[in-house]
Write a protein that binds this ligand. Structure first.
Ligand code: GDP
Ligand code: MG
Length: 170
């Protein structure tokens, strides 16, 4: 008989980087070109089996608009994991990553598993953020790192799976 572990996971990042699209891809296998922007926050659940353990994610999507920053910060309370998302075609969204990472490090448990997702990897011809630069930042800060695409599904399941594995190691 396997056990069930439940973890709170929060998505953070600037508006438009693809947080809601990544959640939709992960839980429904869908993508919409013009997915409506998230207002405030809401959560969904999704489970993944790892050997004899069922990992149940309670996934909190957030809005990255600055007027919600304090609201978003509040929602990180009790988070076991976070995905900080940027858009590889928009340098400013990567620049803002460190604000979210610093906020997580100051407000959550030191055991929190943080993943960095460079989303919209399908738009590599418009790339503004180098893979190596993001990977180096992730390594320095102890973050999991993948480039993802909610559009093609590249690395979306994989990033959640990597987080689940790391959570179970803790
Ligand atoms: P959020 O504000 O971070 O939740 O971003 P959304 O999920 O609302 O996505 C913003 C826009 O980017 C939408 O028009 C999406 O269709 C588009 N988008 C999201 N992910 C991708 C991706 O991986 N590739 C491409 N080409 N577009 C994406
Ligand atoms: Mg959204």
């Amino acid at each position: 008989q396997g056990k069930i572990c439940q973890f709170k996971l929060i998505l953070l990042g600037q508006s438009g980087v693809g947080k809601s699209s990544s959640v939709l891809r992960y839980i429904n296998g869908q993508f919409h070109e013009n997915y409506e922007a998230t207002l405030g926050y809401r959560f969904v659940t999704h489970s993944v089996c790892l050997d004899d353990t069922t990992v149940k994610f309670v996934i909190w999507d957030t809005s990255g608009q600055s007027r919600y920053f304090s609201c978003v910060a509040e929602k990180t309370r009790g988070a076991h994991a976070a995905i900080v998302v940027y858009d590889i075609t928009a340098g400013n969204t990567f620049f803002r990553v460190r604000e979210w990472v610093n906020m997580l490090k100051s407000r959550t448990s030191p055991n929190i598993v943080i993943a960095l997702a460079g989303n919209k990897s399908d738009l590599a011809n418009k790339r503004m953020v180098e893979f190596d630069k993001a990977q180096a930042y992730a390594e320095e800060n102890g973050l999991l790192f993948m480039e993802t695409s909610a559009k093609t599904a590249m690395n979306v399941n994989e990033i959640f799976l990597a987080i689940a594995k790391k959570l179970l190691e803790n």
